[in-house]
Each structure stands twice: as structure tokens, then as C-alpha cells.
Design a protein around this ligand. Structure first.
Ligand code: ZN
Length: 317
């Protein structure tokens, strides 16, 4: 059976209408899944992870659906515009992310202003919508984007202030002895290392353990040292047992935290279907028997969990 040109176009139109209807249906289902935080029990640290990994959407498609979902959640009057195609998923998502960025830089829109913006964007292309945003906030180029360019490289783009650029260059100069032609990537890597040394609980624990080991060996070494040389084995890291450690406290001893199995694979939460979360965001020690219920600060009662799963558990308590 060969369709006429006219029939082909009509057939496509019919299917596109169906596609839009089902897109809206999916968005509504997403709203409920997200509201019930079903992603947590399924072993995902966020709804986004579930949309990409469980439902199989690529990053861009997932973000468009999630952003459009947020937009129609707040302004359900635009559901039918998505269904009719007057408001494309991309434009809805762009508007939502623009509003989010604006709120982040303390330029929140009232509900009426939001509705007005969406109405202005109806029937417009993404490019026209971008121009509309630029009119409303010329600072908008500060938005950060990233996309994969190979299996292990990302292209990240964002604009920075002149001041920050000066700071980065100043730092590169100061580090000139390490690497005279340091790239911004290399500099960021160094800064991340510094930050992680300071904030990563796991690294802190490992460092403390190394210090402790050193302290144990120290006495023998100092005996062997040449008495003529000035002793530098002065222990800066000696920690006294504080009152907080004696009283029942959430404080987990370094020794205990090191006993907690850590395979470097992130969050240990496992869903009923056996999916392990593995997120490394805000990784922290979680009490298996909740601390609030008398759970001990002992390795046997501790495990590594991401911030989202750790918090969800505290909530359920
Ligand atoms: Zn997790």
C-alpha cells in the first residue's frame, strides 16, 4: 500500500499529536514519581539519575522532561499548550531553567510574572526565547553548560568575571615553579585536591590514621636520633580525649571510621531490586541502627551513604 504525499503528511501529523499527548502523560507520571521520591527506594540519589539510568533517557532529554515537569507543576494551565505543541518541551525547559537561574541570583519572579513570561514564549523558537531571556537579564551568559565530547572528556562552558580571571592567573603565576605553563584545567585540579583534602571525610580519616601510626613509631625513632641535632619530632597532632567523646555523641572516632568497609564505589544503599546507588555526593557515615534510636558509633553499625540517602533515612525515622 503506497500512501499519497498528502496522506503521508496527515499520518505524520496524527502521530505527532499522539506523541505530544504521551509526552504530557509521561511528565505527569514523572511529577508523581518525583513527589513520592521513588528514586530513593530504587537506589538512585536523585530523580535525574532514575530518569537517565532507569528510564533510559539521555541527559538532554531527561533535563527537558524534568524541567518541563517542574514548570507545569507550578503552572498547570500550560499543560494543554504542551499537548497542542504551542509550548515545546525544549522551550518549557529553557523557561524553567531561566527562572531557576534568576531565582538563584536573587531575581525571583512572582507567579504572575512567570505566567507572563511563559505566555510571551508560546509559539516561539528556542532562539527567540533565548533573545527574550537576554532582554530580561543581560547577565544571563553566566549560565554554565557541559556536555560529553568523549568517554572521559567533557566540554564545560561558562563565563567568568574579570576579577576571577585575574585571581586564576595570579595563582598560575605563584605556581609557576611547579608548572610554568599550567593550564586552567591543571589549576582547577590542584584546587580540587586542596578542597578535597580539607572537606573529604574519608581523606581526613586516612590522614589521621597515618599520623597515629607515625606517633606509635615515633618514640623508638627519637631514641635513635642523634642527640646533637635539634629534635623535630614534636607532636603537633596530639589529640586529647574531649568531653564530647566521653559523652554520647555523634562524633565517630577515626579508628572506627577506617574500619567501615569502603570499596571506593560510593553510596552503599541497595534497593529492593538490588540496585546499588554508588553516588559519591556528600558521602558520609550512616548509622545502620539509627543514632537517634541508640545506634552505636561502631564500625559494625556504620556504612557509607550519599547525602540524599542518609537524609532520607533520618526522615523515615
Ligand atoms: Zn545514595
Amino acid at each position: 500500500m503506497k500512501l499519497s504525499n498528502n496522506e503521508l503528511v496527515l499520518e505524520a501529523e496524527k502521530e505527532i499529536k499522539r506523541e505530544r499527548e504521551s509526552t504530557l502523560k509521561i511528565i505527569k507520571l514523572f511529577q508523581e514519581i518525583s513527589a513520592r521520591k521513588i528514586y530513593l527506594e530504587r537506589g538512585y540519589p536523585s530523580f535525574y539519575e532514575m530518569v537517565t539510568q532507569h528510564f533510559g533517557y539521555c541527559a538532554g532529554s531527561a533535563m527537558r522532561r524534568i524541567n518541563a515537569m517542574k514548570l507545569v507543576k507550578e503552572m498547570p494551565q500550560f499543560e494543554e499548550k504542551i499537548e497542542s505543541g504551542e509550548l515545546s518541551l525544549s522551550v518549557a525547559a529553557d523557561v524553567q531553567s531561566f527562572l531557576y537561574q534568576e531565582a538563584k541570583i536573587e531575581r525571583p519572579y512572582s507567579l504572575n510574572a512567570k505566567i507572563e513570561l511563559v505566555e510571551t514564549c508560546l509559539g516561539k523558537s528556542r532562539r527567540e526565547v533565548e533573545e527574550e531571556f537576554a532582554r530580561r537579564n543581560p547577565e544571563k551568559e553566566k549560565r554554565e553548560t557541559q556536555h560529553a565530547i568523549s568517554h572521559d572528556r567533557l566540554r564545560v562552558s561558562f563565563s567568568i568575571s574579570k576579577e576571577l580571571n585575574e585571581k586564576l592567573n595570579h595563582l598560575k603565576d605563584l605556581l609557576g615553579h611547579v608548572d610554568p605553563s599550567m593550564t586552567t584545567e591543571a589549576l582547577l585540579d590542584r584546587l580540587c585536591e586542596l578542597g578535597l583534602e580539607q572537606y573529604d571525610q574519608r581523606r581526613k580519616a586516612e590522614r589521621a590514621a597515618v599520623r597515629k601510626e607515625k606517633r606509635m613509631k615515633e618514640p623508638q625513632q627519637s631514641k635513635a636520633a642523634n642527640p646533637g641535632t635539634q629534635s623535630t619530632s614534636f607532636d603537633m597532632d596530639a589529640t586529647s580525649t574531649s568531653a564530647a567523646e566521653v559523652a554520647r555523641s555523634r562524633y565517630i572516632k577515626v579508628h572506627e571510621s577506617l574500619q567501615v568497609e569502603n570499596d571506593g564505589q560510593g553510596c552503599t544503599f541497595v534497593s529492593e531490586s538490588g540496585r546499588r546507588c554508588r553516588s559519591k555526593r556528600f558521602l558520609q557515615l550512616d548509622h545502620i541502627e539509627l543514632f537517634a534510636r541508640g545506634g552505636a558509633n561502631e564500625a559494625a553499625n556504620l556504612r557509607w551513604m550519599c547525602g540524599m540517602h542518609n537524609r532520607a533515612r533520618a526522615h523515615d525515622a
